[in-house]
Design a protein around this ligand. Structure first.
Ligand code: SAM
Length: 379
């Protein structure tokens, strides 16, 4: 990836581009970053690049001609032109990952009041902000973006794993980290981390990441696939009327459930006396476990588990919004049954608001897939 930074203070970037991970990436040619001095495109003898803002209180704005000449000097019509500004869209990991797909970027750093708006309208493709505070210039936001981008370039960060495990990559926050000594100021490293049991360590890391996200950034939950962050398995329960059940539709449901990592689909008839008929009809779909009643369904899903079973009854009106159901699912983390059809009753049951559509009802297969996608779809 090639990045050109247009700035009145190119010296700001020199140590950044020659130090640590980014410095090595530049040296090895994994990223190509150049800082260009806006003053080289100034007018007059004083290397002037800005002038008083019209209607302002004495603040300065960088002039459009200067910016235009500097941008033309980059000599690329295909580059995506970015302007860091507090009024831009907030820079997120998603936006960084989208920008990492570009071949060439130009980042224009503002100073003083910013850039002349006419130039921004004519030449800037994207305005981004690094947060709700105001810095003196765009150099730190430019470096922020370059740093985040460079971590996504293969070979820049030593172990690929550390990038994919970091905060936001999978949607949630990272787990806390510890190093030697194992006891420091009387505080011990959590015993599980020194147990050598990889599976338990992985589970612990995922659960601590989930709790950190729930307490500090619950807003992140909506975008994340939370399956890996649970301690136990998820089941889908379908309550059907045995005379209308369609094996190919049920096979589709089992397929979607499997694709989202659901451990098992369990079907129960609306009326207990229809159990044999249901089992015969679904004999051709071995992926689905048939049980005689909703009660048996919950017993089966919760069997042999130490934690109580959480039941999320989808398509129930009135019910809690789906994001709250997702929060409860992550918080509980134990075995979970997501049911469609007649809702079970019991203590640990959440009634979830049905998915809203504007053009009529969703077929059952689509309804199950759309619901599972909200919990276990990758962003
Ligand atoms: N008048 C601008 C406003 O209130 O939105 C603030 C200008 S600021 C003093 C000067 C420059 O710093 C901006 O043009 C921008 O390039 C950069 N800057 C400051 N804060 C920023 C932020 N949170 N995100 C991105 N860029 C920022």
């Amino acid at each position: 990836m090639k990045v050109t930074v247009l700035t009145a203070f190119p010296e700001f970037l020199s140590s950044f581009l020659s130090t640590s991970i980014v410095g090595r990436a530049v040296e090895r040619g994994l990223i190509d970053v150049k800082a260009v001095d806006l003053r080289d495109f100034s007018q007059g003898n004083y290397r002037q690049i800005d002038d008083y803002s019209f209607g302002g209180k004495g603040g300065m704005t960088i002039m459009p001609e200067v910016l235009d000449r500097a941008l033309a000097s980059v000599g690329s019509d295909d580059a995506k032109v970015l302007f860091p500004t507090p009024t831009g869209s907030v820079l997120t990991q998603d936006l960084v990952e989208a920008l990492a797909l570009e071949k060439e970027l130009v980042i224009i750093c503002g100073h003083y009041e910013g850039l002349d708006e006419r130039f921004v309208r004519e030449s800037v493709d994207l305005e981004y902000s690094i947060g709700d505070y105001v810095l003196t210039g765009g150099e730190i936001p430019a470096m922020t973006l370059i740093d985040a981008l460079s971590r996504l370039v293969p070979g820049v960060v030593g172990k690929e794993l550390s990038v994919t495990d970091d905060s936001f990559y999978n949607g949630l926050l990272d787990t806390p980290h510890y190093t030697r000594p194992s006891v420091w100021h009387g505080q011990e490293v959590p015993a599980v981390l020194t147990s050598g049991d990889d599976a338990r360590i992985e589970k612990y890391r995922k659960r601590t990441a989930a709790f950190l996200t729930l307490s500090r950034r619950p807003d992140l939950l909506s975008r994340a696939n939370v399956m890996d962050y649970l301690e136990d398995e998820v089941y889908v329960g379908i309550v059907v009327s045995s005379d209308t059940v369609d094996p190919s539709g049920m096979r589709g449901i089992a397929q979607s459930a499997g694709a989202y990592g659901v451990a098992r689909v369990i079907a129960a008839p609306e009326r207990r006396e229809d159990f044999d008929a249901l089992r015969n009809t679904l004999a051709s779909v071995p992926e689905i476990k048939c049980v005689p009643s909703v009660r048996r369904m919950t017993e089966w899903a919760g069997r042999k588990k130490h934690a109580p079973l959480l039941v999320i009854a989808a398509e129930t009106r009135p019910g809690v919004p789906w994001l709250e159901a997702k929060r409860r699912l992550v918080e509980t983390g134990g075995p979970t049954l997501i049911t469609f059809g007649a809702p079970p009753t019991g203590e640990n049951v959440i009634a979830m608001r049905p998915i809203q559509t504007t053009g009529g009802e969703l077929p059952h297969t689509a309804l199950v897939a759309a619901t599972l996608d909200r919990f276990f779809g990758s962003r």
